[in-house]
Design a protein around this ligand. Structure first.
Ligand code: ADP
Ligand code: MG
Length: 322
């Protein structure tokens, strides 16, 4: 019989990352970490619910990776450097091999970013994963959604729409096989890359930043509202992968790139004079970046075609309660 404490031991052993600012990790009533002078602590949490955020048949390894990735993406959007994570896991049964797989997927990403798992909670219930991450950013230098000004340019890292296209191809089907064998688009859905180095590189040059989780237009809507500006996005400039171009027609591609969720790229703004410095530092960070639009006076986000006419999509993005 596998019990709660066996599962916690599996998580602790498989995710071990040594950090000298962890005074006390998993095993007591609370973890103890050492704050850094001159740094703000950035804290974010995101839950992943089976059937809502991921297909029920998602592999445990992928779920472990993704549950950390979506949280690191939030830290990246703030320009913060990740340090610690907490994991609340609700499982229908004490499934040892599931937890081993989950721990391995989580650990692969945690090790890459030197994130220490310092605590959490393990309970019985419907499959549900909630991760909290903590990271550091020099005081006052975090990137915010507020800060974009008319005249600023808008950029996106990486490519957009792959994860949404994968979900679309998956359709209503919910079998593990189809979700796991289907190549590059599915890799983007199950193993998103949080743009941590890019976020840190943007601290000194971007005027605002957000991570694209609910869909580009919807997420930029938050930037527009927080900054008190309007945003114009050029549909023909949206960065797309070769795989997306191969698999979907032009309209479907634009819908996925502009309104699909789960990209975990960064969308950010900066004044034109900062563009060369940003291009250089994102190149150094090994991160593709594309100019996709501009900040204007006004409000809201408009997607434009090459003639400057607005393209209206049926859905702008993902809203759990809409
Ligand atoms: P308590 O009952 O005092 O809340 P628990 O028995 O729930 O403590 O947890 C024991 C230790 O294991 C704590 O340090 C807790 O943070 C850690 N822990 C429990 N579940 C997890 C998990 N899923 N991931 C990481 N650490 C966990
Ligand atoms: Mg507890």
């Amino acid at each position: 019989m596998t019990g709660e404490f066996d599962l916690i031991a599996i998580l602790r052993e498989r995710t071990a990352v040594a950090r000298d600012d962890v005074r006390l990790g998993i095993g007591d009533d609370a973890a103890l970490v050492v704050p850094k002078p001159g740094q703000d602590l950035a804290v974010a949490t995101d839950a992943l619910v089976a059937g809502v955020h991921f297909p029920e048949a998602t592999r445990a390894e992928d779920l472990g990776w993704k549950s950390l990735a979506v949280n690191l993406s939030d830290l990246a959007a703030m320009g913060a450097e990740p340090a610690f994570a907490l994991l609340s896991l609700s499982l229908p049964a004490p499934d040892r091999s599931f937890v081993e797989g989950f721990a391995d997927g989580f650990a692969a990403l945690a090790a890459a970013h030197r994130v220490a798992l310092i605590g959490g909670d393990t309970t019985r219930g419907p499959l549900n994963v909630c991760v909290t991450v903590l990271g550091f950013v020099p005081s006052g230098r975090a990137l915010r959604r507020a800060g974009a000004r008319a005249g600023d340019l808008v950029f996106a890292t990486g490519t957009l729409g792959d994860a949404a296209a994968a979900l679309r191809l998956l359709g209503e089907r919910d079998d593990a096989h189809s979700s796991n064998v289907d190549g590059a688009l599915f890799a983007r859905l199950h193993r998103p890359t949080p743009r941590v180095a890019a976020g840190i590189a943007l601290r000194d040059v971007a005027s605002s930043c957000i991570d694209v989780s609910d869909g580009l237009l919807a997420d930029l809507g938050h930037v527009a509202a927080s900054s008190g500006v309007g945003i114009e996005i050029d549909a023909s400039s949206l960065p797309m992968s070769a795989e997306l171009e191969r698999r979907l027609d032009a309209d479907a591609r634009i819908a996925c790139a502009a309104a699909g969720g789960d990209d975990y790229e960064l969308a950010f703004t900066l004044p034109p004079e900062n563009e060369p410095a940003m291009m250089q530092s994102l190149a150094n960070a090994g991160c593709r970046v594309t100019r996709i639009g501009r900040i204007v006076e006004g409000s809201g986000v408009r997607l434009l075609d090459d003639a400057g006419d607005e393209i209206r999509l049926r859905s702008a993005g993902w809203d759990h309660f809409a």
